[in-house]
Design a protein around this ligand. Sequence first.
Ligand code: GLP
Length: 250
Amino acid sequence: MRIVVRQTCDEVDLAAAQEVVKVVMLKPGCVLGLSTGNTTIGLHESIVRLSRECGISFAGVTTFNVDEYVGVPEDHAASCRVRIFEQLLNNIDISKKNCHLPDGNAADLKLAAKQYEDLVEKTGGIDLQVLGIGPNGHIGFNEPGTPFGIRAHVADISTPSLTAKSDFYKKTGFLPNKALTLGIKNIMAAKKILLIAKGSGKADIMNKTVLGPVTTDVPASVLQLHPDLVIFLDTPAAAGLPPKSFSSMR
Ligand code: GLP
């Protein structure tokens, strides 16, 4: 586990974006796992800027978003689809046919979940999975209590997670209760995982994630077992971690 701490959000976004661009430079045909949320907005902007400044092509890249709400219209501002295209995919030279999200409007959601993870496996698996983290430690929409061996599935969104995003849901006028998400087994199968967290509101959960026991009560704690995990934090989000736990602080 490598932990990179930067003073400000902008510096975290740039450092994390450099990690993503490095993977694309090393493997132009790589498969990226993406996450939406407040935390990754700045990361996506930095990836776009960096790719323009450095002339990095995403033409051979395939992307999979980790989750999508159930029942949200594909063109709705609340959908992960609209947000990931607006923030990132419309602003890089990636082929839209290589950009995938779970189908939250499928008639058979269980089948859609299975087909989604099969598509991930068919493309050779995820080279770099970008993750944010919910205040309760959820990753994707794997909420506390979710078994670590679970594959792609339909998840009930917990009340704390709905509360944490109540402003966003109010603004977009869409209140979800379920989401289609890659499971923890799918996430842990990624070759490399990049976890990003910012702000003092994530300090407590980052302490539990990094230093706490590996427990389904804190889904993100399972990331301690991943062989290639890098965590990017700003100083407030790292406040719960004693400096000695930083394996890389620049
Ligand atoms: C959402 C998403 C996660 C995201 C998390 C953190 O529930 N399903 O993929 O990482 O919440 O969101 P934010 O970055 O807005 O705190």
